[in-house]
Design a binder for this molecule. Structure first.
Ligand code: TPP
Ligand code: MG
Length: 667
C-alpha cells in the first residue's frame, strides 16, 4: 500500500512530466486491492481496470515495471509502449495471467467470464486437473460506475448461469468521473448482483486491510474448492484524481470527508496497536520505500523509447497455413451442398482437436443450428463441446478472447449478420486489439461464423451484408467463400489461424437453391484440404484480346458467371475468397492482363470495401488501365425490403452486370 502511495505522490510531484500520458492511481483503494492481488497465484487469471496499480504491485510486479508503462517505454512489459498506465497484459509463467483488456469501462467483464468458462470447460473435458485447493480462480475488478454498462450484465449472467469460478470485485468509490452515485444509480453492486442468485455476494469496508484479507482469503479458498462465482462489493474513498487529466479540484466537494477514510493511516495505526511496527519503524520503512520508488522512477524515465520497427510489429499473429494443400477434388468425391461442406469441416476439426468447441444460439443438439449447419454435432461431441448460449451476441463474441487465452479454440456462431452488431464492440474494443496492444503476448484464436446476405425475401433484418464495417476493424480477418470447397478449405485455415477470423457464409448459397448458384455445391475436398486466408481464385480466365477482370466474392461470383456467358472468353472472374487480407497481387496481375475491371459487391456501393478497392486499383494499376474501374453494388438504402420484387430490384443481377461489362468492353 505504501509503495503505491509513494508512487502516486511522486507522479503528482512530477505532474508535468508524468501527465504526458494519461494515468490513474489507486489512492484510497489500496487495501482491497492489496488483499485481492496478494492472493493471486501463478495459475490464476486477473482482469482489472485502470485504477488497479496496487493490485498489480501486490501480485508481484515491480514499481519499475509499472512505471515503464507510465512513460510508454519500449520495455513496458505489458504493451511495449502501446497503451496506458495500469493497462496490463501479462503472459508469464511465474505470475497470474492477465489477458489484454481495453480502456472501455466494464468491457473486460465478458472476456474475463470467457476465461472462467474456458477453465470450466477444460476441467470438464479433462484437459486440466488440479491438486485440491489449487484450482485456478479468475478475478475481474471493475469500478462502481462501470458495472452499469450492459455488457457487464451479460457477463454476470453467464457467470451465474454456468457457475463459473470467478470473483467479481467491485470497487465502489461512489464516483463515475464527475457523476455521483446519487445521480446515476439505485442501490449498489450488491443490489444488482441480487438479480443473479447463483452469485454469492459479500460486502466489505475496502479500507480495512485485515477485514479485506480475511474476506478475500475465504472467498478465494471457496472458489478454488467449490468452483462457483462470488461478487465482492468493497466501499472505498477516491482520494486522488480521477485521472491525471481530470483533476479532483475541478469538481469534488467531498475530499475532506474522503480523506478521513484513508486506508494508509488506518493500517499504520493497526500495526502500532498490534505491536507489529512502532512509529519510528514505520517512518524508516516509508523512507526506504520512497528511496526505492525514486530510483525506479529515474530508471523508467530514462529507459529506451520504442523504435519505428516496434510500431509495425504484431499486426497479425503469424499463421502456419500459407499454401493451398490437400485435394480439392478427390477422386470419387461427392457433390456436396455448401452447408454440408462446412458441417463436415466442423466434424473433422472437432474429431481431431479436443480443444475445439462450438457455441452460439441454437447450435446445440436439439436443432443443430437454424440452418442445420451444426446438425448432429451436439450428439457427436456432447454438451461440453457444443452448446447453446442465451441471446447475448456480445458474450458470444467477447468470450472467445478469454476462452482462447486458456488454450481452447472456440468456434462460435452469430445467427445472422444483422445480429452481429451487439457483438461488434467486443470485436472492435477487445478481440481486434489484443495481439497488437499486448505486444504479441495474447493472440486471439477466435473463429466467428456469420450467415450473411440477401435471398428469398429474408427481409431487412435477415439479409444484410457487413463486410465493409468488418474490414474497417483492423486486427481481424474477414473471409467470404462462394462455394463448398472453398468454405471447407477456408474454415480449416481459419480454425488454425491465431487471429480473430470472421467467416461470412452466404445463406443463399448454403443449399444452391437460388437459380444460377448451382456451382456453390461441389465435390467435397479431402480432410487435409486447406485454402490459405488472403488468396483469391481465378474462376474464369480471359482469352479474348479485349477483355475485363470482374472482381467479386460470395453471391457476386454467380452474378458474374451468369453475365459473363454473354461475353465468351472476355471476362476474367476473380473470386476474392478473403476480404481481409485482400489478395491484391492476384487482382493487379489480372487487371494488368485485361486492362479493364469491374468490382462487384452485394453491398450498396458508397463507402464500401468494394469502392475502396476500386480506388486502389485505379491508383496502383493506373498505367495499365484502358478505362476507369467500374463498381456495381446494391441500391444505396438503409435496409433490404421484404417484398420479393423490391428485394430483386435492390440487388445487382446478371442483367445489370452484363450491361456494364458490355459498356466497359466497348469503351
Ligand atoms: C465505454 C466507456 N465509456 C466511457 C468511458 C470514459 N470513462 C473513463 S473512466 C470513467 C468512469 C468510471 O468510473 P468507475 O467505473 O466507477 O471507476 P473509478 O474511476 O471511479 O474507479 C468513464 C466514464 C470509457 N473509458 N469507456
Ligand atoms: Mg467509481
Amino acid at each position: 500500500m505504501r509503495i503505491a502511495r509513494s508512487m502516486s505522490d511522486l507522479y503528482e510531484e512530477h505532474a508535468k512530466l508524468t501527465s504526458k500520458y494519461v494515468h490513474a492511481c489507486s489512492n484510497g483503494h489500496e487495501a482491497i486491492q492489496v488483499a485481492a492481488g496478494s492472493l493471486l497465484k501463478k495459475q490464476d487469471w486477473l482482469s482489472c481496470y485502470y485504477r488497479d496499480d496496487s493490485m498489480l504491485l501486490s501480485m508481484g510486479l515491480t514499481p519499475e515495471e509499472l512505471m515503464l508503462q507510465l512513460f510508454a517505454k519500449r520495455d513496458d512489459p505489458f504493451s511495449g509502449g502501446r497503451t496506458y498506465y495500469s493497462h496490463p497484459s501479462l503472459n508469464r509463467d511465474d505470475l497470474a495471467k492477465i489477458p489484454h483488456q481495453s480502456s472501455a469501462t466494464g468491457m473486460q467483464a465478458i472476456p474475463a467470464a470467457g476465461v472462467a468458462m474456458g477453465i470450466q470447460h477444460r476441467e470438464k473435458l479433462g484437459l486440466d486437473t488440479h491438486e485440491k485447493g489449487e484450482a485456478p480462480v479468475v478475478m475481474c475488478s471493475i469500478g462502481d460506475a462501470a458495472i452499469t454498462e450492459g455488457e457487464v450484465s451479460e457477463a454476470l449472467y453467464m457467470s451465474a448461469l454456468k457457475k463459473l469460478p470467478i470473483v467479481w470485485l467491485i470497487q465502489d468509490n461512489e464516483w463515475d468521473i464527475s457523476a455521483h452515485a446519487r445521480e446515476i444509480r439505485f442501490g449498489d453492486a450488491a443490489t444488482m448482483a441480487a438479480g443473479f442468485p447463483p452469485i454469492e455476494v459479500r460486502q466489505v469496508d475496502g479500507t480495512d486491510l485485515p477485514a479485506c484479507m480475511a474476506l478475500m482469503e475465504e472467498v478465494f479458498d471457496t472458489v478454488r474448492n467449490e468452483r462457483r462465482p462470488f461478487l465482492i462489493h468493497a466501499t472505498v474513498p477516491l482520494l486522488g484524481h480521477h485521472t491525471s487529466g481530470v483533476r479532483r479540484e475541478f469538481y469534488r466537494d467531498d475530499l475532506e470527508e474522503a480523506q478521513l477514510r484513508d486506508p494508509i493511516p488506518r493500517i499504520e495505526k493497526h500495526l502500532q496497536d498490534s505491536n507489529i511496527l512502532d512509529s519510528s519503524q514505520i517512518t524508516l520503512l516509508k523512507a526506504e520505500i520512497d528511496a526505492e520508488v525514486n530510483e525506479a522512477f529515474d530508471r523508467a524515465r530514462n529507459a529506451e523509447e520504442p523504435v519505428f520497427e516496434d510500431l509495425l510489429a504484431h499486426r497479425f499473429a503469424p499463421t502456419e497455413i500459407t499454401e493451398e494443400k490437400g485435394t480439392r477434388e478427390p477422386e470419387g468425391g461427392e457433390i456436396t451442398l455448401m452447408v454440408d461442406c462446412a458441417l463436415h469441416a466442423m466434424q473433422e476439426i472437432m474429431s481431431k482437436h479436443p480443444e475445439s468447441l462450438l457455441y452460439g444460439q441454437d447450435v446445440g443438439k436439439r436443432l443443430g443450428g437454424v440452418f442445420r449447419e451444426a446438425a448432429k454435432l451436439g450428439e457427436k461431441f456432447g454438451e461440453d463441446r457444443v452448446f447453446n448460449t442465451p441471446i447475448q451476441e456480445a458474450f458470444i463474441v467477447g468470450s472467445t478472447l478469454g476462452m482462447s487465452c486458456t488454450g481452447l479454440r472456440p468456434i462460435v456462431e452469430v445467427q445472422f449478420a444483422d445480429y452481429l452488431w451487439p457483438g461488434l464492440n467486443q470485436l472492435f474494443s477487445e478481440l481486434s486489439k489484443s495481439y497488437f496492444l499486448s505486444n504479441g503476448q495474447w493472440p486471439v484464436h477466435s473463429l466467428i461464423r456469420v450467415p450473411v446476405g440477401a435471398y428469398g425475401s429474408g427481409g431487412p433484418y435477415h439479409s444484410s451484408s457487413m463486410e465493409s464495417v468488418l474490414s474497417n476493424i483492423r486486427g481481424i480477418k474477414v473471409v467470404y467463400p462462394s462455394n463448398g470447397a472453398d468454405l471447407k478449405g477456408l474454415l480449416k485455415a481459419a480454425y488454425y489461424d491465431p487471429n480473430p477470423v470472421i467467416m461470412l457464409e452466404h445463406k443463399g448459397l448454403y443449399w444452391s437453391k437460388v437459380p444460377g448458384t448451382e456451382a456453390a455445391k461441389c465435390i467435397e475436398p479431402s480432410e487435409d484440404y486447406v485454402v490459405p486466408l488472403g488468396k483469391a481464385r481465378i474462376v474464369t480466365h480471359a482469352t479474348e484480346e479485349t477483355s475485363c477482370t470482374l472482381i467479386t466474392y460470395g453471391r457476386g461470383v454467380y452474378w458474374a458467371l451468369e453475365s459473363a456467358k454473354q461475353f465468351p472468353g472476355a471476362v476474367e472472374i476473380v473470386d476474392l475468397r478473403t476480404i481481409v487480407p485482400v489478395d491484391f497481387e492476384t487482382i493487379s496481375e489480372s487487371v494488368k492482363r485485361t486492362n479493364r475491371c469491374i468490382v462487384l459487391t452485394e453491398e450498396p456501393e458508397s463507402n464500401t470495401f468494394a469502392q475502396a478497392l476500386t480506388g486502389r486499383i485505379a491508383k496502383e494499376c493506373f498505367e495499365y488501365l484502358d478505362a476507369a474501374p467500374d463498381l456495381i453494388g446494391s441500391e444505396d438504402l438503409p435496409a433490404i425490403p421484404l417484398n420479393e420484387n423490391m428485394e430483386k430490384a435492390y440487388l445487382p443481377n446478371a442483367e445489370k452486370v452484363a450491361k456494364r461489362i458490355g459498356k466497359l468492353l466497348d469503351y
